[in-house]
Design a protein around this ligand. Structure first.
Ligand code: SF4
Ligand code: FES
Length: 260
């Protein structure tokens, strides 16, 4: 098949960008979308032109590195699919496709279709972990987890941190990502000691690093390649409100002996 691609080209962050039109010819329907771009880039390199920069790593839908807008949809038209797992058979000969990077103030463009998602790392650093107690590893079977909680935690843990939810949201909100991370730890017994502080630190960091607020558009859920439900946002908001009612702040509680 032959396609016309209108691709956002921007040499670096802060520089002016523009759409450049390319013709992608003789594309096999068996190729993935990124393989199609590889072929286009080989042609550009042969002509001495700058190849189109895009992020990727696993190309198996598990690492969360890939992602850009295709005709206004994060990861393209196929639901539940990362762009690395999107195949050309979902497109028609003669299609005109517009490719843009994630558009969000919190994700500045690095080059072409690549954005900097370090804002997600800051949200995780604020509380997306369980502190490791010293001593030997506990016997795993001593910590029982109710099956419904295990299932919910497992589904939340499927978030790959790709950023499609933020890109599709008219507010550039990161509630779906943050709520998945808050919930997959907060649902498990090991996550209980830090549950309140985790919710406060992650939610307030999410706001501080430039993400917008949730207005319940639910565009995030529609484009999430891992099917994360917006119900996790309600769970996160409940944890946050209860923690604030208990007087929990972003700063860690100081020891009574003045140790920190
Ligand atoms: S919630 Fe979904 S869309 Fe958002 S970062 Fe996680 S996997 Fe990507
Ligand atoms: S490259 Fe890893 S999820 Fe797409």
């Amino acid at each position: 098949m032959n396609l016309t691609l209108k691709v956002w080209r921007q040499p670096k962050g802060g520089a002016a960008g523009r759409f450049v039109t390319y013709e992608a010819k003789d594309i096999s329907s068996h190729m993935s979308f990124l393989e199609m771009l590889d072929v286009l880039n080989e042609g550009l390199v042969k002509k001495g032109e700058d190849p189109i920069a895009f992020d990727h790593d696993c190309r198996e839908g598990i690492c969360g590195m890939c992602g850009f807008m295709i005709n206004g949809s994060a990861h393209g038209p196929q639901r539940g699919t990362t762009v690395c797992q999107l195949h050309m058979r979902h497109f028609k000969d003669g299609d005109v496709l517009t490719l843009e990077p994630w558009r969000s103030a919190a994700f500045p463009v690095v080059k072409d279709l690549i954005v900097d998602r370090v804002a997600f790392d800051k949200v995780i650093q604020a509380g997306g972990y369980i502190s490791v107690p010293s001593g030997s590893a506990p016997e795993a079977n001593l910590t029982r987890v109710p099956k419904p909680d295990a299932d919910l935690a497992f589904e939340a843990a499927a978030c790959i941190g790709c950023g499609a939810c933020v890109a599709q949201c008219p507010n550039g909100a990161a509630q779906l990502f943050t709520s998945a991370k808050v919930s997959h730890l907060g649902l498990l017994p090991q996550g209980q000691p830090e549950r309140s502080q985790r919710a406060v630190r992650m939610v307030e960091t999410m706001e501080a690093v430039g993400f917008g607020s949730c207005s319940n558009y639910t565009e995030c859920e529609a484009v999430c390649p891992k099917g994360i439900s917006v119900s996790y946002i309600a769970r996160m908001n409940r944890d946050y409100v209860l923690a604030k009612l208990d007087g929990v702040t972003r700063e860690p509680a100081r020891s009574a002996k003045g140790g920190g």
